[in-house]
Design a protein around this ligand. Structure first.
Ligand code: BGP
Length: 465
């Protein structure tokens, strides 16, 4: 038996987002985001035709839900403000119903001893702005900064942990490379511009936060997918893995923490004439407004080999022109989501932050396991016995613990997610929560075995195994 003890002050909790939980209700004044729009247009693209208008009804149930957070051992919780709820047209008028809702949600969390961590952007571009190009258009950067300022002004007296984006690489991949987010384009030139504008918007929001004299911390949440070469002794594999790392990890990590882009990435984009449009002064803004705190979402590693296939994914350049994904034999899989489970990846990425990113204060802001058909694990008391999820958490926490012992500045662990929520086009296919949501039964909540276990584990600040 080994004992894994975490600091008394460790942040324990879970994460979600507005669009995946709140739902849309008569009279709530919410404008459409790209998700509302896309669902109305192509509902068949969403698993079982379930859209964002239902989600988990949290807009109505947050008070009861917060009681369940307490019962599952949360001392902190991350959600996002929906831009299209607060400012329905993306710019201009603020929706008073949204202000009431977020105020009450935040107050209720605090009153129950749960610190709100608030994210400003979780894949949910207001449709009115997407019509004008979304992140491709520099005006969206300005609109975003005005929106961020409004959020700081309205809620900054109580919210002390802010995040400018969740996984900013995902709208780039989904919307402009691999077609799993609206606007479903395949265009690397636009992808680079979108990524650049997101990073610039983040730096400008951080600048605004500090100018306003706000006294909390502000950061960004990135999904890190450590890139492992097929063969560490094969220089071509190693180079391919390094390029994948540049595209998918360092493209946001470096500007967010170091205030500049990796030179190798800049050169690579220059060679293919894909550098983004920038304006004088941008460089300094990015340089001077780096994050206080980094959230890291970790689900899976990336296994890479040197390019072997000649198949092109698109006519124009694509990141995949530089590497192939490597299907490593014997890897452990989550078959429902199709993602590899590799616990040591969480340690490797934390050590990388310690050694190459000035040991920035960080926390695990998402880690989790989506499983389909969890009802088959329901016992006589109606509780889902998700022992696989408990094992998944322990497996990762052991490595977080090791990283802590080796001096990594890691301050917490948030699970994806609290209550089963709406997973974009997968809707409610794979369930991730500590708490189940019965969609057939008005969203009835039941704490799973993992939720009970998490409560005990966090009360003890650790576990034995
Ligand atoms: C992360 C996102 C979340 C969430 C989670 C699970 O990438 O930040 O929004 O959904 O992954 O992934 P999925 O919902 O695609 O199964």
């Amino acid at each position: 038996m080994m004992k894994y003890t975490f600091p008394e002050t460790f942040w324990w909790g879970s994460a979600t987002s507005g669009p995946q939980t709140e739902g849309v209700f008569e009279g709530d004044g919410k404008g459409d985001s790209i998700w509302d729009y896309w669902y109305k247009k192509e509902p068949e693209r969403f698993f079982n035709g379930v859209g964002p208008e239902k989600a988990s009804y949290v807009y109505k149930t947050y008070k009861e839900d917060i009681q369940l957070m307490k019962e599952t051992g949360h001392n902190s919780y991350r959600t996002s403000i929906q831009w299209s709820r607060l400012i329905p047209e993306g710019t201009g008028e603020v929706n008073p119903e949204a202000v009431k809702f977020y105020n009450s949600y935040i107050d209720e969390l605090i009153a129950n001893g749960i610190e709100p961590f608030i994210n400003l952007y979780h894949f949910d571009m207001p449709m009115a702005l997407q019509e004008k190009g979304g992140w491709e258009n520099r005006e969206t950067v300005e609109a975003y900064v005005a929106y961020a300022e409004k959020c700081f002004e309205l809620f900054g007296d109580r919210v002390k942990k802010w995040f400018t984006h969740n996984e900013p690489i995902v709208p780039v991949e989904g919307g402009y490379l691999y077609q799993f987010h609206y606007p479903l384009e395949v265009n690397m030139k636009k992808a680079v511009q979108v990524a650049y504008h997101e990073a610039l918007a983040s730096a400008l929001a951080i600048q605004k936060y500090r100018e306003m004299g706000q006294d909390g911390e502000i950061g960004i949440i990135v999904n890190l997918t450590p890139s492992y070469p097929r063969d560490e002794n094969n220089p071509e594999d190693v180079k391919a893995a390094r390029i994948a790392d540049l595209f998918f990890n360092r493209s946001f990590l470096d500007p967010a923490i170091k205030g500049e882009y990796p030179q190798e990435l800049v050169e690579l984009l220059r060679e293919i004439d894909h550098l983004p449009d920038v304006q004088p002064g941008d460089k300094d803004i990015i340089k001077e407004n780096t994050v206080d705190l980094l959230g890291v979402n970790y689900y899976q590693p990336r296994r890479i080999k040197a390019k072997e296939s000649t198949e092109k994914l698109a006519e124009g350049p694509m990141p995949d022109d530089y590497f192939d994904n490597y299907d490593m034999p014997g890897k452990k899989m989550n078959p429902y989501r199709g993602w590899e489970i590799y616990e040591k990846g969480i340690y490797d990425l934390l050590i990388n932050l310690r050694d190459n990113y000035s040991n920035i204060p960080c926390f695990i802001s998402e880690n989790g396991m989506g499983v389909e058909g969890e009802e088959r694990y329901i016992n006589e008391e109606g509780v889902i016995e998700d022992d696989y999820r408990i094992d998944f958490i322990k497996g990762h926490l052991k490595y977080v613990h090791q990283a802590l012992e080796e001096g990594v500045n890691v301050k917490g662990y948030h699970m994806w997610t609290c209550m089963d929520n709406w997973s974009w086009t997968n809707a409610y296919k794979n369930r991730y929560g500590f708490i189940s949501v019965d969609l057939e039964n008005e969203g009835k909540r039941t704490i799973k075995k993992s939720g009970r276990w998490f409560k005990e584990m966090t009360a003890a600040n650790g576990f034995e195994d």
